[in-house]
Write a protein of this length. Structure first.
Length: 511
């Protein structure tokens, strides 16, 4: 059921049923609980237990409690997507819903059981798999085996885990602070760039052409691209000659209303995304058609936006899939802007580095046909991330749409200044990006160390043993035995993972 490892001779592998009482949660009708703490009653826990110290956050109370957990019980999530997550109740008592199960140890430490369950989270998830709503039944929990040392050794294991975890928590907290500072630095660089402050000195020593002239060229390039595409799609691809006057069908984009827009530096000009560039919406070929998928055409979903630079896609489509939808293959240099969802993706931007078709959940801004560096538009949109997330329509879930994206104003510096800004931004952000990558690696390493600590703890290698220690008692009595808090003779594999002479076991969180 759970991972079997070799244990010290004085440990025993014991099922939960032999050392703990189990309380299954029960449903309470919505009329019988309330969400106002001033109304009193018993806390009612309906959400999943979760790893960490800040648990629980009580949001419901009831005057008609049913299944009750008490302080020190190990709460295990037994239903839903978070099945297997666990924690120790640290309030006097609480009613628990069917999503939770309370395990009340008789001859084991609650924290010891909590950490063992945490170490075996994946085993619980496997137990809960196999149905529409994942769930673990009472019988499976009662039969779940736990390796138990004598109670004094359990105490020392828990103390050592918490000592090491405290050090890890401090290091990860420092990393999180550094990551927030790096993000603020990144945004300040981008803001200075798009407002012209980054190149103020450059402008004093250069005399570039006004952005009015650049915009004229962009609009000419936009029209030429439309004519090329329209002529091919409507006529040449069908072996037809275009009729006279067909070019008059082009609709000139309206310039932006600059009334409420901020003042720009000299020689800069306001435009709109839909004024200067084509904005496309993609589509998803029917999933029911196997012949539409797995072809040679890269197909970028909105999840790919998290790459920032899209050099590959998880999925691809066939020519048949392309022809069945309104999506089209867009050139490298096209920018994808996430439009939908409450997660991080809405408002994020990425640059296509490969030709690819796109889905309907992102707007594709075709910058490549113009002389504007795609990175200038990319950095401007990145600087507007929080503003873009505030935009959108819809009551339940904010979303951008093609019309909104087309109306997004964008400042156009002279072309030479755009290139200067992009170079400066990339120089300044390269340092922050390297530091952020280091912080991310250290966070990952900290989590690996956390798992290593737990693995050593429950294989008997985290704290030293006492000679002739008595096996754990499971008859309801508590026997301390001859164990002690001596730390002499610790296993060599259990050096302090945060201060070991072995650099592979250290986690020094310096940026």
């Amino acid at each position: 059921m759970n991972e079997q490892t070799e244990l010290p001779d004085h440990w025993e592998r014991i099922p939960v049923a032999d050392f703990a009482e189990l309380i299954s949660g029960q449903h309470i009708l919505s009329d019988d609980y309330h969400q106002e703490p001033d109304d009193g009653g018993t806390p009612y826990l309906t959400g999943p237990a979760d790893f960490g110290d800040d648990y629980p956050e009580v949001s419901k109370w009831t005057h008609k409690p049913k299944a009750m957990a008490q302080e020190g019980d190990v709460l295990l999530t037994v239903k839903g997507a978070n099945v297997g997550k666990t924690n120790v109740l640290d309030i006097n008592e609480a009613a628990i819903s069917r999503q939770l199960m309370a395990i009340r140890p008789k001859t084991a430490l609650s924290k010891y059981i909590y950490y063992y369950f945490r170490n075996n989270f994946s085993a619980f998830q496997r137990l809960g798999a196999g149905s529409t709503v994942p769930g673990i039944d009472q019988e499976s929990v009662l039969g779940f085996e736990v390796p138990l040392p004598p109670l004094p050794e359990q105490r020392r294991i828990v103390a050592k885990i918490e000592e090491l975890f405290t050090n890890l928590d401090a290091g990860q907290s420092d990393l999180a602070t550094a990551e927030r500072q790096l993000e603020r630095y990144r945004l300040s660089v981008l803001q200075a760039a798009v407002e012209g402050r980054l190149t103020a000195d450059w402008r004093r020593t250069h005399d570039p052409e006004h952005a009015d002239q650049l915009l004229e060229r962009i609009l000419e390039e936009r029209r030429e691209k439309w004519e090329e595409r329209y002529k091919w799609e409507r006529y040449e691809s069908k072996g037809k000659e275009p009729p006279s006057g067909w070019k008059d069908r082009y609709t000139k984009p309206d310039p932006p209303d600059e009334t409420d827009l901020r003042e720009l530096p000299q020689c800069w000009k306001w435009s709109r995304l839909g004024h200067a560039f084509f904005v496309h919406l993609g589509a998803t070929p029917r999933r029911s058609r196997d012949d539409f998928w797995g072809g040679d055409i890269a197909w970028a979903s909105s999840s790919e936006i998290n790459q920032r630079e899209i050099t590959h896609t998880e999925e691809s489509i066939t020519e048949a899939g392309l022809e069945d939808t309104s999506t089209q293959v867009l050139p490298p240099g096209t920018l994808m802007l996430g439009m939908i969802g409450q997660g991080r993706t809405r408002g994020m931007v990425a640059e296509l580095k490969i030709p690819a078709a796109t889905s309907q959940n992102s707007a594709a801004i075709e910058v490549a046909h113009s002389s504007v560096p795609p990175k200038w538009v990319y950095y401007y949109l990145e600087s507007q991330y929080h503003e873009l997330r505030r935009m959108g329509s819809g009551n339940n879930q904010k979303a951008l749409n093609k019309g909104i994206v087309q109306e997004i104003p964008i400042p156009l510096p002279p072309l030479a200044e755009q290139k200067q800004i992009v170079d400066e931004v990339e120089r300044l952000l390269s340092v922050a990006d390297d530091a952020a990558a280091t912080a991310e690696r250290e966070q990952t390493r900290a989590e690996r160390l956390r798992q290593s600590i737990l693995k050593q703890a429950f294989s008997g290698r985290l704290v030293p043993h006492v000679e002739d220690a008595a096996p754990p008692q499971v008859d309801g009595s508590v026997s301390e035995g001859p164990d002690s808090d001596s730390s002499e003779g610790a296993d060599e594999d259990v050096e302090d993972l945060l201060g070991s002479a072995d650099s592979s076991k250290q986690i020094e969180m310096d940026l």
